[in-house]
Design a binder for this molecule. Structure first.
Ligand SMILES: [Zn+2]
Length: 283
């Protein structure tokens, strides 16, 4: 297939009033091809772009996005994940996790698989010093994580898009679980012989800390800034509430994913629902 730039150049020459022979002489493209492109016009360019889109992508295709798993994966990505670009504009989602917590590693894989249920996502793992990198390749990771950009996250603005905000506000506990699994901890504070469990979230990015705090607000728990880069949740009712959805890292998920229900056929993409302000419903 000839590149879009050639197609666009021919369209420009057609609009300038040149005939097929003149355009062919100018561009070196056969006259019959010019004739076909003249017939297709802008429609042909749109069709080319459409063919390049991936129907399994929830953003530029028509796939449904499972917000329950997405909120969790977003938390892992913001905490300790990144995208790396490889050849042919394929991106690798890389999530770095502690080797000590196999339950989190397997939950991370589950979340990645849920992003593209129509295809089997090849998920690999590479051992690093003290941690494991869980990774999967896909051209459309930047669609799902538009925060991708050059440089470390704490040195640039990290803002959620409107559709991500919608998911974060509906599933703050899932976002919190992902954030705590990557950059948080649950530890015991002993005061006068009594154990008080606490949660701590540590991240250098003020934007990501703010996302964590907003998720706490949405989930209805109080937080406080304990150090310049740390947020703590220490009140026992708040810790108890967080325990219901996060729990110690060595324990399996306290709740299982609800059955994902596809919404109305006239809105095939979950994101269209979010854009329209209508959230996905679970049974
Ligand atoms: Zn896409």
């Amino acid at each position: 297939m000839r590149p879009d730039s050639e197609y666009q150049a021919v369209l420009d020459l057609i609009r300038a009033g040149l005939n097929d022979c003149a355009i062919s002489r100018e561009t070196g493209i056969p006259r019959t091809t010019i004739r076909d492109w003249r017939h297709l016009g802008q429609r042909g360019l749109d069709e080319r772009q459409r063919q390049r889109l991936d129907p399994t992508c929830p953003l530029c295709g028509t796939a449904n996005l499972d917000p329950w798993w997405y909120a969790y994966l977003l938390g892992l990505y913001l905490g300790d994940g990144c995208l790396s670009e490889y050849r042919r504009r394929v991106f690798r989602l890389r999530i770095f996790l502690d080797l000590k917590y196999p339950i989190i590693i397997s939950e991370c894989k589950q979340a990645i698989s849920a992003m593209r249920p129509a295809r089997t996502m090849a998920i690999g793992r590479s051992m690093k010093i003290g941690c494991v990198e869980v990774h999967a390749d896909w051209k459309h990771w930047p669609c799902l994580f538009p925060q991708h950009g050059p440089g470390p996250k704490h040195l640039r603005r990290i803002q959620l898009r409107q559709w991500q905000e919608g998911i974060a506000q509906t599933y703050p506990h899932r976002l919190l679980r992902g954030l705590i699994h990557s950059d948080g901890s649950r530890f015991i504070n002993r005061v006068n012989g009594t154990d008080y469990p606490r949660y701590l979230f540590t991240n250098h990015s003020p934007d990501i800390r703010q996302i964590f705090c907003r998720a706490c607000d949405d989930f209805g728990i109080s937080w406080r800034q304990s150090r310049w880069n740390s947020i703590s949740v220490a009140r026992s009712p708040d810790v108890a509430k967080l325990d219901l959805v996060v729990c110690p890292k060595t324990q399996p998920a306290p709740i299982t994913p609800p059955a994902f229900k596809k919404v109305a056929s006239q809105t095939p993409s979950a994101l269209n629902c979010f854009r329209a302000g209508v959230m996905e419903r679970y049974t």
